[in-house]
Design a protein around this ligand. Sequence first.
Ligand SMILES: [Zn+2]
Length: 126
Amino acid sequence: MANCVHCNKNGIDWFSKLWGDSSAPAQCHKCNEFSHIPVSVFTKIRLYNFIVMVSLLFCSYYFVTLIPVGAYIIYHIGIYTYVVRTTDMVGISKVEASENKKKSYLFLIASAVIAILLYISIDLIK
Ligand SMILES: [Zn+2]
């Protein structure tokens, strides 16, 4: 269990802490308030993961072995466990969370529209 920023009690389970984000925050079992791991933390992890993944894939290809792939899976589990255990969460209200959810849907729709437009434009060039 993780500490809640609202009531300071052990009210958040590790699983919700790991999977929660600013649009779907983890809920505290003691006070029912919401919180999540800061977005910047996950941005950093994704950047590191990308660098590690590319270098391990290169090693895997170069030495013709799957050991780096196994190493990546272990690294991945390790870094997430470490971050979930050590990072402090930030509080968020239910209203803010649903606003973030709307924004993430808008972002998804915008990405889909851009992808379709690109697909159409490629077709027009041919
Ligand atoms: Zn709480």
